[in-house]
Design a protein around this ligand. Structure first.
Ligand SMILES: [Zn+2]
Ligand SMILES: [Zn+2]
Length: 345
């Protein structure tokens, strides 16, 4: 059996003919396995969806009750037989509920990791290494320049700025699903106990995280809050809101943006961000390359992002590698680095 007999890249996404399913399909299909709830991976309109409970709940929150014909929840580590294949889900460390999907048939295992990071994150289960023959990796930050460093250090910069400008409102641009809640949790970890304000686009997802037991402390809606009362506070908002008239409701706002792209100074300038915070939910270059090596896979398939650099790196290591060229990923979160795409869609 060849890896392509297990998973085959198609225009609709990665397809498993043996098991009769697609992984993170970009078009409506009969049966979809979904790695995580970001909108470029999790779309509505599939016949049946198999995913973690958190991913199903987040899809329901965003798309409504009828986002799929049928749903089935699977736990991390649990195995399900689908046709001639066995699938299991494993933590990807990307956002709440995110999973790598391992597909095994005839002793050959292919792991589709979706989006992942190997860095610590208080809002989701840590990335679990799954040994495999073929590893499908993302490549959002797959250039040696991307080294995300220590997220706690970035949070310290934000808190130093808040201390330095007690009369100003700090607006932190962060993607609505995952990044916003991670920034809040990191602020709490750093000892910041004041209420944190939320743009409307983040309210329901943040509430869901809190229901799942993620300690986010007191959260308040910006909506209806007095301008003067927002002096000295921290507000999380989608990156697109940073350049919106929405910011006029804040006293002398100071803008920050939490993204792996903030490693690139030109990006921060492009968005007019005063305080770039390098905090990413994707693996950086050392993370990607270390993870690929650690899986033991002899063949690597690379998707959405800087495919060429990673394919080249694999070749220098004697690993067989190919770009997948699937159109449709990278519409949400940091993939593509578009500031406007973090807004609720
Ligand atoms: Zn994602
Ligand atoms: Zn992605």
């Amino acid at each position: 059996m060849r890896p392509e007999d297990i998973l085959l890249p198609t225009p609709a996404g990665i397809c498993c003919k043996l098991g009769g399913f697609h992984i993170d399909p970009t078009r409506p299909v009969e049966r979809a396995l979904i790695t995580h709830a970001h909108s470029d991976h999790a779309r509505s309109g599939h016949g049946a969806v198999l995913a973690t409970q958190e991913t199903l709940d987040l899809m329901r929150l965003r798309y409504g009750e009828n986002f799929a014909g049928a749903t089935q929840a699977i736990r991390y580590g649990e195995s399900v037989d689908l046709g001639g294949a066995t699938v299991s889900f494993h933590p990807a460390g990307h956002v709440l509920g995110s999973a790598q999907i391992a597909v095994t048939a005839d002793g050959l295992r292919v792991v589709a990791s979706g989006d992942y990071k190997d860095a610590a994150d208080p809002t989701c289960a840590p990335f679990e290494l799954v040994a495999c023959d073929v590893f499908i990796t993302e490549a959002t930050f797959a250039l040696p320049v991307f080294r995300h460093g220590d997220a706690d250090g970035e949070i310290a910069k934000l808190l130093a700025s808040v201390a330095l400008f007690p009369e100003r409102a700090h607006l932190v641009g962060a993607y609505s699903l995952g990044k916003a809640q991670r920034v809040i949790a990191l602020l709490r970890k750093a000892g910041y106990a004041a209420p944190i304000y939320l743009h409307g686009a983040m309210e329901s997802i943040s509430r869901y995280y809190a229901e799942c037991g993620i300690a986010l402390g007191e959260l308040r809606a910006v909506r209806g809050t007095d301008k003067a009362a927002l002096a000295g506070t921290i507000t999380l908002c989608p990156p697109s809101a940073l350049s919106d008239v929405w910011t006029r409701r804040f006293p002398d706002p100071l803008t920050a943006f939490a993204s792996g792209w903030m490693r690139i100074r030109a990006r921060a300038r492009q968005y007019g961000v005063a305080l770039p915070l390098v905090i990413s939910d994707h693996a950086d270059w050392p993370g990607l390359t270390a993870t690929i090596a650690a899986t033991g896979a002899s063949e690597i398939w690379v998707t959405h992002g800087q495919e060429d650099a990673l394919v080249h790196w694999c070749a220098t290591r004697g690993l067989k590698a190919r770009p997948l060229d699937i159109v449709g990923y990278g519409d949400e979160d940091e993939t593509g680095g578009e500031a406007g795409n973090g807004a609720e869609q």
